[in-house]
Design a protein around this ligand. Sequence first.
Ligand code: ZN
Length: 138
Amino acid sequence: MNELQFNDASYEHFLNEEKLMGSKCTRCGTLSVPPRPICIKCYRDEMEWVEMKGTGTLQAFTCIAVGPPSMSQEGYDRNNPYCSGVVELDEGVKVVARIEGVDTKNPENIQVGAPLRVKFLHRGTGDSYGTVLAFDKI
Ligand SMILES: [Zn+2]
């Protein structure tokens, strides 16, 4: 798998296989999720793939009542908002993902710092097949 380029296409390929992968700089150890071909810290291009454990904590979130058409198709609307959040992985990297298992109608009940585990939501078929990165409460 090391021949895969450090880009979004490879990242999505791994998501389809239910793997949350990032790039790690072999020089300074900086992690990036999604992966980047160039280290954001030391600007070198010597990266390697690392798989995240898939656990982390909720850092920030927003509940969205009016989303893009793809979300309406999944049944989300004013009466059934969805939650998008920033999750800090145990590896120390922050990712934006769908947050499931939370009370989106009463966002005041959603707790920053809540422990979360990764979940892969497979959507569509054929050319439109893709995987949404999500996290669920542990
Ligand atoms: Zn580096």
